[in-house]
Design a protein around this ligand. Structure first.
Ligand code: ADP
Ligand code: SF4
Length: 685
């Protein structure tokens, strides 16, 4: 399909100082859990973005000195010349596809952990290290420290140019860099010419821009990434206050302004808390104070929203981290007019969890993310089929749909049987919950693709039995039958059923998602610790019920620290008037009250409640797998050569894991079995 002319504006080239971006699609810096530790993986991932049409592809933050070590987090590293080959892998991969490579130089200052380097952290003033409650303090920099810092930054810029970068960043964003710490009155209590007045606090940033321009500005564009609002009111930098003045003071100095809100949790808000384009109100002033091009973000997945940002003079470049992760080929798809092929980010921040867990990035929508080098997976290219086997996929949840989509793309004949009248499994159920509507994109993208294929058929309302599978005639059977929430309370804190949880006043998440309303007051017992317990509490509260959330963890939705949501979730529950009781396990329920036990002391207390919603663990729907295993002779006689379980019916996990399992099966079912790792590793030396 030819490109709609209304999107032409997105494909205009834009000059950034001495370099030219071929279009307005700009992959802003984003972490990935691979960084300096897995340079081939990192380079291949960035190269795919360039191949997919992004005009600029950036690194994550890149440490410029050992005193900026952020271990155990894995970012980029440019401490000395020995780091050049790893970064040159990336610039080569990006240049191969005609894109510009950008590097975000950072000194993390007081946010440096220095757990690896064992250097002392530095800051504008003496300050306790904020990262992970590390028992350390950063020391106040003296003038020689400031000179040294400028020297390190300059040296890193020169090295970046040698590594082949086209754009070099001075970073003052997210509260994560020294240049920003100097701007913040709460962290800069200096009395010399680097503290006090705004002109003084901005001095270091100005000097860094000058140094970088002087060092590499003839060949490389110099970009500034800066936080325009910390969402702290007058306790922080505000877009209506000092941010405007800072950018006004430096307006024409850099070649590009990359602007967003701070901290990272505010910048990368999930779809549960913010809609597409949510940063516009904060960043729109920037273009009125500078003539330099401006890039901003806002989880943009809709080309119309992107065009609107450009036409209304909000941004010059459409910045994207997550939309480029979910679909590295987004620009090419817009260019080709293939809008309904865009794999839209759902705003879940599973990608962010790779950074927090120091493991390769993963994505709910794009299972190839992070696997480009080690498994050789490409988000668009897929090897054709190697045989004529027909497939029966049982279950049309995220795992079954991804499996069917990819087998179909490979050219296989695929039949999908789904028991329910609606497709999508758990994503269809969960996307009806408060704030999770965008999750339906996991289903919609896949169905849309499948609907274009003649060789994939879906049968709804078809609850498949063993006899039907044997009769069906497919050579390969894939079971993607999902899981159901346990009713008995077994989970992490309780490995045996909770006494009284077999009563009628105990509800599972499926009960609530089916529209059943428990009698109030209700206790939501969250021993799952991801999003669902809190989301259900929110839903029940919205229905007017008195709700208490009880959890054995020390925080609500404890795992969501890894998706940047934990603070926002707990705040929302408190704002809604939901009572929260942490560090408590539920040990029994008599229909009128539960007994909650302190996880430390075991001390017990009775909590009156009319009902309990139990969110603990899920039981795989493995009955079909077990029955087929028991009928192995019949299976063989029916000509079935393989039966495999994938996704939640094998081991319940995240939606991302289910999609990944479906994808992996479709790519690799015909690989020889091996006890060796099925992927390449980046080994030291
Ligand atoms: P996953 O996350 O692994 O994809 P889901 O629970 O989201 O798992 O989806 C599993 C799907 O499988 C559900 O839509 C469910 O209705 C369907 N299913 C379960 N058992 C059968 C069966 N015997 N026949 C057909 N569909 C089934
Ligand atoms: Fe978007 Fe979720 Fe993928 Fe991140 S993991 S890019 S938020 S779909």
């Amino acid at each position: 399909m030819p490109r709609d002319p209304r999107f032409d504006i997105l494909f205009e080239p834009v000059k950034i100082g001495p370099v030219l971006a071929k279009n307005r699609f700009y992959q802003v810096p984003h972490c990935n859990g691979m960084g300096h530790a897995k340079p081939h993986s990192h380079a291949a991932m960035r190269g795919i973005k360039a191949e997919g049409g992004w005009a600029v592809v950036s690194t994550e933050e890149v440490e410029i000195h050992p005193s900026s070590d952020v271990a155990p987090y894995i970012e980029g590293r440019l401490w000395d010349d020995r780091d050049l080959p790893a970064l040159a892998l990336m610039t080569a991969a990006v240049h191969e596809h005609g894109a510009l490579a950008a590097i975000e130089l950072v000194h993390s200052g007081m946010n440096s952990t220095n757990l690896y380097s064992r250097e002392v952290s530095i800051a504008p003033s003496h300050v306790a290290t904020p990262a992970n409650y590390i028992p350390a303090q950063a020391r106040a920099m003296d003038k020689s420290d400031i000179r040294a810092y400028r020297r390190w930054h300059r040296a890193a810029a020169l090295r970046a140019r040698r590594a082949g970068f086209d754009i070099v960043y001075v970073y003052a964003g997210h509260g994560l860099s020294l240049a920003m710490h100097f701007l913040q009155t709460r962290n800069n209590r200096r009395t010399d010419e680097y503290g006090g007045s705004l002109t003084n606090r901005v001095r270091l940033l100005r000097e860094l821009i000058e140094d970088t321009k002087e060092a590499v500005g003839a060949e490389c564009a110099v970009a500034v990434r800066i936080a325009v609002d910390e969402l702290l009111g007058d306790g922080g930098i505000e877009c209506g206050g000092e941010a405007r003045e800072v950018i006004g003071l430096l307006a024409e100095m850099p070649d590009l302004w990359d602007v967003n809100v701070s901290d990272w949790a505010h910048d990368s808000m999930t779809s549960r808390f913010a809609a597409e384009g949510y940063q516009e109100d904060f960043v729109r002033f920037v273009k009125s104070v500078t003539t330099k091009p401006v890039v901003g973000v806002g989880r943009f997945t809709s080309p119309d929203a992107m065009v609107s940002q450009i036409r209304r003079g909000v941004l010059d470049f459409i910045g994207a981290a997550r939309p480029s992760i979910a679909d590295p080929f987004l620009p090419n798809k817009v260019a080709a007019g293939d809008l309904d092929d865009i794999r839209e980010c759902i705003g879940c921040n599973v990608c962010v969890s790779g950074d927090f867990t120091s493991t390769p990035i993963r994505c709910t929508q794009n299972p190839t993310m992070g696997e480009e080098w080690r498994r050789g997976w490409h988000p668009e290219a897929i090897p054709p089929r190697t045989g004529d086997d027909a497939f029966l996929v049982v279950g049309a949840g995220p795992s079954g749909l991804e499996c069917a989509r990819l087998l179909g793309r490979r050219g296989y004949t695929v039949h999908v049987a789904e028991a329910a009248p609606l497709l999508g499994g758990r994503v269809t159920l969960e996307s009806s919950l408060p704030g999770l509507a965008a999750w339906a994109r996991v289903r919609d993208y896949r169905l849309n693709q499948i609907n274009k294929m003649q060789n994939v058929q879906i049968y709804r309302g078809s609850s498949v039995t063993v006899a039907q599978i044997l009769e069906f005639g497919a050579r390969r059977v894939v079971l993607a039958t999902g899981a159901r929430w346990r009713r008995d309370g077994v989970g992490r804190a309780n490995t045996r059923a909770i006494a009284g949880f077999d009563g009628t006043a105990v509800f599972t998440p499926e009960d609530i998602m089916a529209g059943r309303l428990p009698p109030a007051p209700v206790i939501v017992f969250d021993d799952d610790h991801y999003y669902l317990g809190a989301v259900l509490a929110e839903k029940l509260r919205a229905a007017g019920l008195a709700v208490t959330l009880v959890t054995p963890a020390a925080r609500v939705s404890a795992w969501t620290v890894n998706t940047l949501e934990q603070f926002a979730i707990q705040k929302r529950l408190l704002d809604l008037g939901i009572d929260i009781l942490m560090n408590r396990n539920i040990v029994d329920f008599d229909g009128g009250s539960v007994t909650a036990a302190c996880v430390f002391t075991g001390r017990r207390q009775a909590l009156a409640t009319a009902s309990v919603v139990t969110v603990t663990a899920r039981a795989p729907n493995e009955q079909l797998a077990e029955a087929l295993a028991a009928a192995a002779g019949d299976v063989q006689a029916a000509g079935i050569i393989s039966v495999n379980s994938i996704g939640d019916c094998l081991a319940p996990g995240t939606i991302a894991a289910a999609v990944y399992a479906g994808h992996r099966y479709a790519r690799e079912f015909d690989f020889p079995q091996s006890d060796l790792p099925g992927f390449r590793r980046e080994l030291p030396g």
